[in-house]
Ligand binder design. Structure first.
Ligand SMILES: [Zn+2]
Length: 106
């Protein structure tokens, strides 16, 4: 029987995770890189030029649409810091048998 490469992929230790995603700035940089690898793209018109306003809001130079890093993502309108979400995702993905919502909330 062939070895399943997904099942045997190397995990990420908690210290390594915290070194990569331990601060809000690191989580924002990671989310930015995944969402906009070639720079900010306006979700309305697709324009790639814009300005970063206060409050972390990007405004399109073409249509003036404003968007944020988390708008339209899994983290849309969250009141929790990204570090909390990233830790929850880490805990959910590193366990073979998953994690209950009650365990996660603890
Ligand atoms: Zn636009």
């Amino acid at each position: 029987m062939a070895r399943n490469p997904i099942q045997f992929q190397p995990g990420l230790s908690l210290p390594a995770f915290l070194a990569q995603y331990g601060t809000e700035a690191q989580c924002q940089a990671a989310l930015f890189q995944h969402r906009w690898p070639k720079g900010v793209v306006c979700p309305d018109c697709g324009n790639t030029t814009g300005s970063l306003l206060a409050r972390g809001v990007y405004q399109c130079h073409h249509c003036h649409h404003q968007t944020s890093l988390t708008a339209g993502t899994l983290f849309h309108a969250t009141h929790l810091p990204l570090t909390t979400w990233f830790l929850a995702i880490y805990l959910l993905t590193q366990r073979k048998n998953g994690l209950s919502a009650l365990q996660l909330s603890r």
